[in-house]
Design a protein around this ligand. Structure first.
Ligand code: XBP
Ligand code: MG
Length: 253
């Protein structure tokens, strides 16, 4: 069975944009302060907290750990998350969340090659769309699915399954791009191949199951292969050919 590269589905946080350390984390801390709570998530501690996907779930689990009773933790997490979402949305609109180096070039190359671009994220719709519009331009992605429409979050494959369904795509004709283990598991469980582009919060993960894992997109900069064939990169950069190569390797298996 041959595959044709028809679409690439991108994760947002940590993949399209560098949003966690100086973005979401800062907004969570501002929400704690505004609520008069004595909590602060440091840069290192936040890396551990990221194992729980979804800001509201992350807050709820943390509040339980701090000894809040279950029902109070749930309602406080919801209130804090609502405020954090407003703060983070403002940061997006103000252009304070940067793209990962090289990712705009990759989007341009895929578009020029006639490949559809889509987004599948656990993040909240009200900041995701303004962020994508501001950083990558309006109407850049054929489809954007967020944690608001798909509340069962990664590592569950729902968001990818719905993206494939809505785009009428066979998973053999698309590749997911992720930065994290829960994201890769979600993509694989939906039957998609997965390119993992690690960042400084995710680089210690075990990505042996990735179809290709690299430490950046390259150009600007030089990407290095962590898992997979060196030949998947062109002049130390991810290009449209890297995605075709991922699909070819998979259909040969
Ligand atoms: C990102 C997340 C999100 C963000 C915060 O994971 O888990 O929860 O950290 O955004 P992924 P919200 O990159 O796998 O989508 O507060 O809007 O949830
Ligand atoms: Mg991510």
């Amino acid at each position: 069975m041959t595959s044709t590269l028809k679409a690439v589905v991108f994760d947002v946080d940590g993949t399209l944009v560098d949003s966690e350390r100086h973005g979401h984390r800062v907004a969570f801390n501002e929400a704690f302060a505004a609520a008069g709570l004595p909590y602060y998530w440091g840069e290192q501690a936040y890396g551990e907290l990221l194992r729980i996907t979804g800001g509201r779930r992350r807050l709820q689990s943390y509040l339980l750990q701090q000894g809040h009773p279950e029902d109070q933790a749930a309602s406080l997490a919801a209130t804090l998350h609502q405020y954090k979402t407003q703060l983070f949305r403002d940061m997006c609109v103000q252009g304070r969340i940067p793209p990962r180096p090289g990712v705009e070039r990759v989007l341009d190359e895929l578009t020029a090659a006639g490949v559809l671009l889509a987004v599948a994220t656990t993040g909240t719709r009200s900041w995701v769309q303004p962020l994508l519009d501001r950083v990558f331009g309006e109407q850049r992605f054929a489809q954007v699915l967020t944690g608001t429409e798909v509340p069962v979050l990664k590592p569950h494959p729902d968001v990818y399954l719905q993206a494939l369904h809505q785009l009428r795509l066979d998973p053999r004709d698309a590749v997911a791009v992720e930065d994290s283990l829960p994201g890769m598991v979600a993509a694989h469980s939906a039957g998609l191949s997965c390119l993992v582009v690690v960042n400084d919060y995710t680089s210690d993960g075990d990505f042996q199951q990735a179809d290709l894992a690299v430490d950046g997109f390259g150009r600007p900069g030089r990407a290095q292969v962590l898992v997979g064939p060196e030949s998947a990169l062109e002049n130390a950069a991810v290009t449209a050919s890297s995605f075709r190569r991922i699909l070819r390797t998979r259909s040969a298996r």
